[in-house]
Design a protein. Structure first.
Length: 248
C-alpha cells in the first residue's frame, strides 16, 4: 500500500461513518471540465486586465459594458463545459451519507448540472443577473444587449456574483458557517484557500473536531492545519474516495 492508498483508505473509513459531510469546492474542481481556475484565468484577451478591477463595484461603475463582456464570455464557456467525474462523485455522495452540505465558491453551475441539489453558492452564479435598481434576480436576460436592462424597472442589470469588496450573500454564508460548525467530515476540494471567509471554513470544522481533508492539485500557499491531505486531480481522487468508502 502506498502512502496515498493509506490516506484514501483511512479517510474513506471516516466518510463511511460520517453523519454530516460538508464539501467546499473551488475552481480546481472545474479545471478538468476545461474551465480555467481563477488564478489561471488571466490569459488571452483578458491578460491585460486585473480581475480585481473588473470584478469590483468600481470596475463596473467605470465600464459596465467591459465587465458584462467578461462575464458573458465566462458564461458561454461554462455552458459549453460538461461536469467532470469530480462533480458527479459529489452528487453521488449526497445519496450515500445521511447529510451532505455542498458549498461552492464557483459560479459556473456545474455542480447543479451534475445533479447536486441545494448547492450553497457563496460567490453567486454566472447564470443569474441582478437589477442594480430594484434588486430583482433574473435567470435569463437579453444576452445580445451590451448593457442588459431589468424587465421590471428598466434599471441596469449586473451579474449576480460577489465582487471584490462586497459582502457574501448572508443566508448562504450563515448556512455554510453552521454546516462547518456541525459536520463531522469536511472536504476542501480544488481551492487555493486564500479568499475569506470561505478559507476559514475548514478551520472552523477542525476546531469542532471534524475530520478535515484537503484535496488539491498542489500544496496550497495558505497555511492550514489539515488532518488529511491528498495532492491529485479531483476528477480522479473523488471517485476513488467514494468507491473506497462505499463500493468496496
Ligand atoms: P484558485 O484559482 O485560487 O485555486 C484553484 C486551486 O485548485 C489551486 O490550489 C489548484 O492547485 C487547484 N487545482 C487545479 N486543478 C485541480 C484539479 N484538477 N484537481 C484538484 N485541484 C486542482 O481558485 P479558488 O480557490 O476557487 O472569488 O478561488 C477562490 C476565489 O478567489 C474565487 O471564487 C474568486 C477568487 O477571488 C470571487 O470572485 C469572489
Amino acid at each position: 500500500m502506498t502512502s496515498l492508498d493509506q490516506v484514501v483508505a483511512t479517510f474513506a473509513s471516516h466518510l463511511r461513518s460520517a453523519r454530516h459531510v460538508v464539501t467546499l469546492t473551488g475552481a480546481g474542481i472545474s479545471a478538468e471540465s476545461g474551465i480555467p481556475t481563477f488564478r489561471d484565468a488571466q490569459t488571452g484577451l483578458w491578460s491585460h486586465f486585473n480581475p480585481e478591477e473588473l470584478a469590483s463595484p468600481a470596475g463596473f461603475a467605470r465600464d459596465p459594458a467591459l465587465v458584462w463582456r467578461w462575464y458573458a464570455e465566462r458564461r458561454v464557456k461554462a455552458c459549453a463545459a460538461q461536469p467532470n467525474p469530480a462533480h458527479y462523485a459529489l452528487a453521488q455522495l449526497a445519496d450515500l451519507v445521511p447529510q451532505l452540505t455542498l458549498i461552492t465558491q464557483n459560479i459556473d453551475g456545474l455542480h447543479q448540472r451534475a445533479g447536486s441539489r441545494n448547492v450553497i453558492e457563496l460567490h453567486g452564479s454566472l447564470h443569474r443577473a441582478r437589477c442594480t435598481v430594484d434588486g430583482s434576480i433574473h435567470s435569463t436576460w437579453d444576452y445580445e444587449e451590451e448593457l442588459p436592462c431589468c424587465p421590471n424597472c428598466g434599471g441596469l442589470l449586473r451579474p449576480d456574483v460577489v465582487w471584490f469588496g462586497e459582502m457574501l450573500p448572508r443566508a448562504a454564508l450563515e448556512t455554510a458557517w453552521a454546516a462547518a460548525l456541525n459536520c463531522d467530515v469536511f472536504m476542501s476540494i480544488g481551492t487555493s484557500g486564500v479568499v475569506e471567509p470561505a478559507a476559514s471554513l475548514p478551520r472552523i470544522a477542525l476546531s469542532r473536531h471534524a475530520t478535515v481533508l484537503i484535496l488539491n492539485l498542489e500544496q496550497e500557499t495558505a497555511a492550514r492545519p489539515p488532518l488529511f491531505t491528498i495532492y491529485g486531480k479531483a476528477g480522479e481522487m473523488l471517485p476513488q474516495l467514494v468507491a473506497a468508502a462505499f463500493h468496496q
